[in-house]
Design a protein around this ligand. Structure first.
Ligand SMILES: Cc1cc2nc3c(=O)[nH]c(=O)nc-3n(C[C@H](O)[C@H](O)[C@H](O)COP(=O)(O)OP(=O)(O)OC[C@H]3O[C@@H](n4cnc5c(N)ncnc54)[C@H](O)[C@@H]3O)c2cc1C
Length: 463
């Protein structure tokens, strides 16, 4: 082997281990490995803060790289192997870690990469997503929430490093619905905080299915308006409140003929199309569930998200809004819930109510008790047919682990329970009220129920 050849081999080997930071903005950006499905989320200076601010994930990995860097090209399949586990609708563990990348060779990202003192490529950081927002990292910085990942050179090592941080046991071969790591513990009330994202998901899917299944008709228009009014006033997510408000404003401008076209798949030229609205913002639906994720493909999901939405509305209303809310929810389910059996059962329960609601407490407890009637029936059905989710068996809710004070007594023979309704209401309010909104509050609430200027408002009770 000639010395010259040896020199090139050594030089190339060094380049593949890591790339020093140099400016190479003249080299065109291109896909490093065109044949790979990409799971890492591409961020740049314009979307970095927004994506990391609003992600449901608890942790973020940010890879700073340069598209021209051979070491980065080599590293990409490793990074993608790990990102596949956490990002995208087919992820085995969605919504826990967001795996992202920033191309420092693009001029637009120069300042961003400088803020993180990027000294070589690829350089990886770990931390809570919110800490990256408007943040940075200095080599000598102590006690930073953002930490460089020094030991992530292969997929195995990166995942090991992550497992150590999270005390988890994720594996590179984990598949969707075939894992044992569902983050659900029935006695942990804080888990409901993750459901804020499911409430957004359910709202978005509910609205899309109304349009997709062409359910807006002259006779159902009033029900939809009522339900939208309820969402504008009391939805726990400011994004959905805002989206519902935009739709409601536009909805008022649509006449009956326009309504027919709003149902159509094609846009009419220049006409307002409800189809273009994304009720909870452009990032939703995300196509995965967090709190409502089943352990099997066809369990939980939307119907769980819908229940959580209904309960979260029920604990946010004022006394004077209780009858309106009852009507809005019963009519919405009756006219727009695509599951025929479900709407029939729910309608039956709605029509058995003879006295109007005057108190928010009474309505919230009615909904809780109605839901338990479904649980009771489904408990038997699912046991008989084996159709339930083995990890989420139906039960009279809340279980005593979640709310010990809710229970007065339980008859061992009949399994009938007597509940303390005051305690149940207190629990519902805290669970579906404050606790559900915890993650949102962390992201910049500036007062009671006021987030980024979109406040909950009194419910308009006349249409
Ligand atoms: C209006 C409606 C009607 C439905 N009708 C039918 C039907 O007729 N037949 C059918 O097979 N399925 C029906 N479903 C679906 C079914 O109720 C469940 O949603 C589905 O089986 C998924 O169950 P899950 O384990 O995710 O818990 P879900 O029952 O969906 O509950 C979601 C979460 O709410 C909490 N919760 C449970 N019970 C209560 C309660 N009493 N009060 C407050 N919170 C509670 C728990 O944390 C639970 O995980 C209906 C759903 C809805 C929204």
């Amino acid at each position: 082997m000639s010395l010259r050849y040896l020199y090139w081999v050594l030089t190339l080997a060094l380049v593949y281990v890591s790339c020093a930071v140099t400016s190479a903005t003249s080299i065109e950006s291109r896909s490093l490995t065109a044949d790979l499905v990409e799971y890492g989320v591409d961020l740049n200076a314009t979307n970095f803060d927004a994506v990391l601010k609003y992600t449901p994930a608890t942790f973020a990995v940010v890879e700073f790289y340069a598209h021209w860097c051979p070491a980065c090209r080599n590293y990409k399949p490793h990074y993608e192997k790990v990102a596949r586990l956490f990002n995208g609708p087919d992820a085995a563990h969605p919504g826990i870690i967001i795996m992202t990348r920033v191309d420092c060779a693009l001029k637009i990202n120069t300042k961003l990469c400088d803020k993180f003192s990027v000294s070589h490529y690829p350089m990886l950081f770990w931390g809570p997503p919110s800490k990256f927002v408007g943040g940075g990292w200095e080599p000598n910085q102590k006690n930073s929430d953002i930490r460089p990942i020094h030991d992530g050179r292969t997929a195995d090592r990166l995942l090991n490093w992550i497992n150590k941080q999270m005390s988890s046991s994720y594996g590179l071969d984990d598949q969707k619905f075939e894992n044992e790591h569902l983050l659900y513990n029935v006695s942990d009330p804080t888990q409901i905080a993750r459901a804020i994202y499911d409430v957004e998901e359910a709202t978005s899917i509910a609205f899309d299915s109304i349009l997709g299944y062409k359910m807006i008709k002259p006779q159902t228009r009033g029900s939809l308006i009522k339900f939208l009014q309820l969402l504008v006033a009391r939805h726990p997510s400011w994004r959905c409140r805002k989206g519902a408000s935009d739709i409601l404003v536009s909805f008022g401008d649509l006449n009956t003929i326009d309504l027919q076209s709003a149902n159509k798949q094609e846009d009419d030229d220049g006409k307002l199309s409800l189809r273009n609205f994304q009720i909870c913002g452009k990032d939703v639906p995300r196509r995965y569930w967090m709190f409502c994720r089943g352990s099997k493909y066809d369990t939980r999901g939307f119907s769980c998200g819908l229940w959580v939405l209904l309960h979260s509305l029920s604990v946010r209303i004022e006394d004077g809004e209780s009858q309106f809310t009852f009507n809005a929810i019963c009519d919405y389910i009756h006219n727009f819930f695509i599951c025929e059996e479900c709407r029939q059962h729910f309608y039956h329960i709605c029509t058995s109510v003879s006295t109007p609601f005057n108190k928010a407490r009474d309505f919230a407890l009615w909904l809780w008790s109605a839901h338990n009637k479904f649980n009771e029936r489904l408990m038997e059905e699912e046991a008989m047919l084996g159709t339930g989710d083995p990890k989420f068996p139906k039960m009279i809710w809340p279980p005593s682990q979640l709310c010990p004070s809710c229970y007065l007594s339980r008859d061992q023979k009949s399994n009938k329970v007597e509940c303390n309704q005051d305690e149940v209401f207190k629990f519902l309010r805290s669970y579906y009220g404050d606790t559900l909104a915890t993650l949102y509050k962390d992201k910049g609430t500036n007062g009671n129920n006021v987030i980024d200027g979109v406040a909950e408002a009194p419910l308009v009770t006349k249409i």
